[in-house]
Ligand binder design. Structure first.
Ligand SMILES: *Cc1c(COP(=O)(O)O)cnc(C)c1O
Length: 434
């Protein structure tokens, strides 16, 4: 047997010796499945049943895998201009996506970077430097418990301090933190929870505050924790009164995931800075953008070298990423029902599932539906019930990746009714065998 044969034979039953996998402890997980093809909502492993990608491949795949329209746009662009240094040159795809997003979002300036973490880093740096440039430095940054903003140092600092950040905690800048008053169906205490947080926020805002960062409507990695628009509006009101800045991290929630094109629109907010990535390119290519109000940009626009925003990435505004983003936006514009109507597709299924005694805290925002498994032991990322459910459900041809005991569906917009039904059926069956 040649080495290549040996590799072929073992490739889906062993860990690759040259790859360091993300977020994974090898000893306590099954090796990954090799995928050479995927189409729409389906992953198509060789010699195995298709698997429904019920979480959009880590929340990025927006219109489905290998979408022909986006693939063609990327291919056409690749044959014209693949990359260009963006400090000295412009290209039409970048101008087009900037103009379109500015118009839809209402923030005039767009700064390109490479992924969600960098989009958040850029937003934080702009916010801090904004106050420094106008000669009123403000140091406090406020974030929420359970927040996830990415894995680079600045993004980690504003994210919840947990097991993931523990080895670095002494290197992370200080952040003031508030509870996140998450809610679910038939939650009786939501107003009380929100009220307490707003009182604490008012207290914190007595100190000069550079920015408050939120994940509007849904905290993703923190456990698909959903809040009411009313709460976010009350938060924004206090931020305005305190003359601070509001950063919306829409890396997950943007591009229809929450039922409107952007979650801040559904919540009725007007953020000063917005971070976007994941669905931006339809999930085709890694790209992030940070949108900023013109009044923020103006403060950087001066003859003082120190007022410059000294930040940039090698692949800033990569033309292939921009082409994918424009094509993805075309698809969203052509079919807004694909995300606006998604909530009503989830509702009957989750209502049905919620009758199971193992299902608690059912909740839906737009295309995202979630519940907690009534689990022995603590809630949280290390609770193993979700992981066991993941493997039971995968046997049935559906891929989910629970966060501890939080189970959620976050499917690509193209998922068919029967496929969505199968996701819920597999979860229901898996729960029975848990
Ligand atoms: C995924 C995510 C990020 C980080 O994005 P990456 O592209 O993985 O760096 C930041 N914020 C939120 C809300 C996210 O869900």
């Amino acid at each position: 047997m040649t080495t290549e044969d040996h590799y072929q034979q073992n490739r889906s039953s062993a860990w690759n010796p040259n790859i360091w996998p993300p977020f994974t402890q090898i000893s306590s997980n099954e090796p990954p499945i090799t995928i050479e093809k995927a189409k729409g909502a389906l992953l198509l492993p060789d010699n195995q049943q298709p698997i429904i990608d019920a979480i959009s491949s880590w929340w990025v795949t927006l219109h489905g895998h290998s979408n022909t329209y986006i693939a063609e746009a990327v291919s056409t662009q690749a044959n014209k201009l693949e990359q260009i240094i963006f400090a000295d040159f412009l290209h039409p795809q970048a101008e087009r996506i900037a103009a379109r997003l500015s118009k839809k979002i209402g923030l005039e300036r767009l700064f390109f970077s490479d992924n969600g973490s960098t989009a958040v880093e850029v937003a934080l740096k702009i916010a801090c430097q904004f106050w420094s440039n106008i000669g009123q430095p403000k140091s406090q940054i406020i974030a929420f418990e359970g927040a996830y903003h990415g894995d680079t140092f600045g993004a980690m600092a504003v994210g919840e301090r947990n097991l993931f950040s523990e080895p670095f905690n002494d290197k992370l800048f200080p952040v003031s933190r508030l509870p996140w008053p998450s809610t679910w169906w038939d939650d009786q205490d939501v107003e009380k929870k929100e009220h307490h947080v707003l009182i604490s926020l008012e207290k914190l805002l007595e100190k000069p505050t550079a920015a408050v960062i939120i994940e509007p409507l849904v905290q993703g990695a923190g456990g698909m924790a959903m809040v009411r628009p009313e709460f976010l509006k009350a938060v924004e009101k206090r931020i305005r009164q305190a003359n601070s800045l509001l950063i919306a991290d829409e890396v997950l929630t943007g591009f229809g995931r929450c039922g409107k094109l952007f979650a801040f629109q559904r919540a009725g907010l007007c953020p000063d800075l917005i971070a976007l990535s994941k669905g931006l390119t339809g999930g085709f290519l890694p790209m992030g953008v940070t949108m900023a109000k013109e009044k923020i940009f103006e403060v950087f626009n001066s003859n003082e070298p120190k007022h410059t925003f000294w930040h940039g990435h090698s692949f800033t505004a990569n033309p292939l990423g921009c082409a994918a983003a424009n094509a993805s936006l075309d698809l969203l514009e052509a079919n807004p029902n694909s995300y606006e109507d998604f909530e009503s597709r989830h509702i009957p299924h989750l209502q049905q599932l919620a009758k199971d005694s193992k299902v608690t805290k059912p909740r839906i925002t737009g295309t995202i539906s979630a519940f907690n498994i009534q689990a022995k032991g603590n809630d949280g990322y290390l609770n193993t019930s979700g992981k066991r459910l993941k493997y039971l459900v995968r046997e049935l041809g559906v891929f989910i990746r629970p966060l501890g005991n939080v189970v959620y569906l976050l499917p690509p917009l193209c998922i068919e009714d029967e496929q969505l039904e199968k996701c819920y059926w597999a979860i229901q069956k898996g729960l029975k065998n848990l």
